[in-house]
Design a protein around this ligand. Structure first.
Ligand code: HEM
Length: 301
């Protein structure tokens, strides 16, 4: 078996965690990128038998390229709004770095997140802070099962990780996009109408035989665009909530093509799900391998 030279950050594939926080950071001083990368690389994940925390760290692709030019993948930030049909807009809200913390309970996430913000505070400030939690095991807040067509954990590394021998090997591209749900409009639909929007049955997530062209699963069909691995989570409060879309891919093009397809830019057909959900943020991050990250500890320049 081929040994992977670049080992992925393990939290990407750590399923089953009940509590999540996504922190996006902006540099205080545009020149402090190397110091920020070094400080992020030096963050420790607490590992206790009572409840560890998975920590996944990523960087604005251009920032990583500036700091580690010879091991940077072919990727760009979400630097311009994506304007679809009928004036539909996916806003670009790129930041410099992201931390995704996940674990068994919110108290450890809360403490670890606050500790990390403190450690990075000299170089960067928090721009976005979202807490997430699973809804009825594996539903998103449309009450459909989310993740059915994800690759299995055996196959996911092949879909997600940049192969050995390429710049950024063992790393992955993350699309992080926060989607607000219009719960009232969604719940005004019958279950059958909702199934036509998603393209799968509501109770057990079976693909419809006659999937409408504007259904979400046709707009994002992985047979067409390539495989990605989604770790989506519900976020928000009782009155203001939605889906934190967390999608990983070895190639950024798969993610951007899916977004363009959802926005109606491929063939004029817009994803019906976008009539009931609205993207509030959008950013791409390069999530380097553990080795690449570890090499930056204590080496700001
Ligand atoms: C409000 C935001 C979103 C919600 C609630 C949502 C929900 C869902 C649901 C319920 C499914 C069907 C079950 C499954 O296979 O997981 C699905 C499939 C999928 N979604 Fe989303 N999704 C959202 C946004 C996105 C975005 C932004 C992308 C891509 C950038 C995306 C990519 C996919 C893919 C690739 C599939 C599987 C398609 C296939 O059958 O090959 N989703 N999503």
């Amino acid at each position: 078996m081929m040994r992977r030279v670049g080992t992925p950050q393990s939290g990407i594939l750590a399923l089953g965690t009940a509590s999540h926080a996504y922190l996006e950071f902006d540099l205080r001083d545009a020149g402090a990128g190397p110091e920020l990368v070094s400080a992020v690389a030096g963050l420790r994940e607490p590992r206790t038998t009572m409840g560890g925390v998975n920590l996944v760290a990523g960087f604005r692709p251009a920032l990583w390229r500036f700091v580690v030019p010879d091991d940077a993948p072919n990727a760009e930030g979400f630097d311009r709004d994506l304007v679809g049909t009928d004036g539909f807009v996916m806003p670009a809200t790129q930041h410099d770095a992201v931390l995704w913390l996940s674990g068994s309970a919110y108290d450890v996430i809360f403490d670890t997140a606050r500790g990390a913000i403190g450690e990075l505070g000299r170089f960067a400030s928090v721009a976005e802070d979202t807490s997430s939690w699973p809804y009825r095991h594996d539903l998103d807040l449309t009450a459909f099962i989310d993740g059915t067509e994800n690759p299995t954990l055996i196959d996911a590394p092949d879909s997600v990780l940049i192969p050995d021998g390429r710049p950024g090997a063992g790393g992955t591209i993350l699309l992080l996009q926060k989607w607000s749900h219009d719960a009232a409009a969604w719940e005004a639909l019958s279950a059958e109408q909702q199934e036509h929007v998603i393209g799968r049955t509501k109770r057990d997530s079976v693909e419809l035989e006659d999937r409408p062209a504007d259904s979400h699963v046709v707009r994002t069909d992985q047979e067409r665009f390539g495989k990605i691995f989604r770790r989506n989570m519900p976020y928000g409060s009782v009155t203001d909530h939605g889906t934190m879309f967390v999608g990983f891919s070895a190639e950024q093009g798969r993610l951007t093509s899916m977004l363009e397809s959802m926005a109606g830019l491929k063939d004029g057909v817009r994803d019906a799900l976008t009539l009931y959900t609205k993207p509030l943020t959008g950013a791409y991050y390069f999530v380097p391998s553990r080795n690449a990250l570890r090499a930056r500890i204590g080496s700001p320049v």
